[in-house]
Design a protein around this ligand. Structure first.
Ligand SMILES: [Fe+2]
Length: 318
């Protein structure tokens, strides 16, 4: 196995975190991402942190996204359902479940930090994404800053301008940071005129500014990607400001609270929120989703309807 390499052209160094761009790596032949290794990982992965999602075919209809349970379905069967159906498996916080992933992500970020002047992540984490041919992820924004390491298959990603009210209302991002809103956002096909779009192949990685909305459609192959989130002083500051703004808007009914991330007002605001939090005045109700399907590799689409909707779990988007 050759050492892990992250390639970044000189021209991309100033763009990291500022603009969308694509560069290359050499993970596509790594032993962690073979079918055998993935099946073995899924067999022993804590299933409450594994989410199977199926979807419709209209990118404006995020309401057609369905969570599927997978108790008792082996890793090999999950992979067969992905191959034959139209599913998305989110293996969340794989770095906590498998020390080899933790070590891999550490190596990736050590190399990134060495190549990007001024990039000093304080922590990172990862979610493994295994998805069907033609599966899609609806238009959404993630709270954390992301680097997507694409490893198997081909997919197209559209990335839209960040912190731009034409593409995402600011209050939606406040809700996302506060964890009270599912990350899916209202989408209009006309947004695509303002998007940057890439077709990703094995051995490429993509990144974009924190919170930039994006959506993904797989091409005709099974896809495997490692989505990693990184945290810096700046990303944590933005988190504190937007969560505080959510508190001021929803609890104190403040209107048009400034989104400025630095300065005295931002610091005071986050301090007030922290105190309110300590006093139990800023409790949040986290959005929950009930599964509607169960994974069945022999069913059309790889999922069958679930008769008893009893369990309730939180969904994380890729
Ligand atoms: Fe995402």
């Amino acid at each position: 196995m050759s050492p892990i390499q992250v390639y970044l052209p000189d021209a991309g160094q100033g763009d990291f975190g500022q603009r969308p761009f694509v560069a290359t790596h050499n993970l596509e032949h790594h032993e962690l991402f073979t079918d055998e290794a993935l099946a073995e990982l899924l067999d022993r992965f804590p299933r409450k942190h594994l989410y199977a999602l199926t979807m419709g075919s209209d990118p404006t209809r995020a309401d057609e996204n369905r969570l599927a349970i997978h108790d008792g379905v082996s890793g090999a069967e999950l992979l067969r359902a992905v191959r034959n159906g139209r599913l998305w498996l989110n293996v969340t916080r794989v770095d906590l479940a498998d020390a080899r992933y933790r070590a891999l992500i550490d190596q990736l970020y050590t190399q990134l930090a060495a190549r990007v002047p001024g990039f000093t992540p304080t922590s990172s984490q990862g979610t493994l994404l295994i998805s069907s041919p033609h599966a899609m992820v609806y238009y959404h924004a993630d709270a954390a800053a992301t680097v997507l390491w694409h490893i198997r298959g081909h997919k197209r990603i559209w990335i839209y301008p960040p912190l731009d009210e034409r593409y995402m209302k600011r209050e939606f991002l406040e809700d996302i940071f506060a964890g009270v809103r599912h990350e899916y956002l209202p989408y209009d096909a006309a947004f695509d005129e303002g998007a940057v779009s890439y077709e990703l192949a094995p051995g490429q990685w993509a990144t974009w500014p924190q919170n930039a909305p994006h959506r993904i459609t797989n091409l005709g192959s099974v896809n495997v990607s490692l989505s990693t989130e990184y945290f810096t002083a700046a990303t944590r500051r933005r988190q504190r400001v937007y969560v505080a703004n959510h508190f001021f808007r929803t609890r104190l009914h403040a209107k048009n609270v400034a989104a400025r991330e630095t300065g005295t007002a931002a610091t005071l605001k986050t301090l007030v929120h922290r105190v309110a939090n300590r006093l139990g005045l800023a409790r949040l109700e986290y959005r929950q989703h009930a599964p509607a399907m169960r994974v069945d590799a022999d069913a059309p689409g790889g999922v069958a309807p679930l008769r008893n909707d009893t369990a309730t779990v939180t969904v994380c988007t890729p």
